[in-house]
Design a protein around this ligand. Structure first.
Ligand code: ARG
Length: 285
């Protein structure tokens, strides 16, 4: 097997200074259970440090008081080639985050598009090679898929999520190869039963070599991971997925975000990829 190549990534993160669980908009969130903000920050810091150690660039957006879910920056937009499509959150509890993300993109030189449709950014939109995989069923609407197809002028594959525990696409699919040669099948991993039959058939057809993860690994947010093409940051609880990654020549690195899981989010949720216009940043390491 040829050596997997790490590609330098640029990410947007948000320190969970105001993290808590004060409302419930997914089955993981139980406001009656206590949360430990200092522990959330310490676990998040480990993820941040790991990215820097791997040579990635991490930008930060200021956390807003009263928005405990802002740490999940994956929901703050979807960015390809320097074009940033902003979020429009489904639930009122998070709607005040949207202007902050949109302002951040504008202030940082992105070609920023304000959405008309309800969408939760890279939580539901994943770039797999040239194609955008788009989740719906719980958060982002089908109309947002059409909006994304228009804005990025790419093929969008709509996938229907059916299990409320896996309410964002990034809890049910991981993109393992962020950079792929023309026409090659991008490495992905997914949880088959998170999808309806038609979506599962579509995934099987397009990604015959995909890693299928077990329910056990899916249920500990094993798929909610970040890959640079070689190093894959995953939850330490996803033991089976860790072995599957090793078999395929990836280098799994574990980071425990147990406290952030109380809000229904993991590694990928805390990470928004900033794909710059061609020629800027990025490249093999
Ligand atoms: N509590 C947040 C919500 O329900 C968690 C978001 C997780 N983000 C993700 N990309 N899956 O919106």
């Amino acid at each position: 097997m040829s050596e997997r190549i790490a590609h330098r990534r640029r990410y947007l993160m948000c320190r969970p200074e105001h993290f808590t669980v004060s409302y419930s908009i997914n089955p993981w969130m139980e406001p009656a259970n206590p949360t430990d903000t200092a522990l959330a920050v310490a676990q998040w810091q480990k993820l941040y440090d790991t990215y820097l150690e791997l040579g990635h660039q991490v930008e930060l957006i200021d956390p807003l008081p009263g928005y405990p879910d802002m740490v999940y920056t994956a929901n703050g937009g979807f960015v390809i080639d320097g074009v940033a499509y902003g979020p429009e959150f489904r639930y009122v509890e998070r709607q005040g985050e949207a202007p902050a993300f949109i302002d951040w993109f504008r202030d940082n030189g992105f070609d920023t598009r304000v959405p008309e449709e309800v969408n939760e950014g890279e939580g539901d939109f994943l770039l797999a090679g040239d194609v955008i995989l788009a989740g719906t069923g719980f958060r982002s609407t089908g109309d947002s898929h059409a909006e994304v197809a228009r804005i990025f002028d790419r093929e969008v594959v709509s996938l229907m999520l059916v299990d409320p525990r896996f309410y964002h696409l990034d809890t049910a699919i991981a993109i393992l190869d962020p950079v792929v040669e023309d026409g090659a099948e991008p490495g992905i991993a997914y949880l088959p039963h998170a999808f309806d039959d038609a979506s599962r058939a579509e995934l099987e057809r397009r990604f015959p070599s995909a890693i299928l993860v077990s329910d056990e690994d899916g249920a500990v947010f094993g798929l909610n991971s970040a890959s640079d093409g070689r190093n894959v940051i995953i939850s330490p609880r996803a033991k089976g997925f860790e072995a599957q990654l090793r078999e395929r020549g990836y280098n799994p690195i574990t980071v425990d975000l147990s406290e952030l899981l109380l809000g229904g989010g993991g590694i990928k949720c805390c990470t928004l990829e900033l794909r710059s216009a061609a020629g800027e940043h990025g490249g093999a390491q």
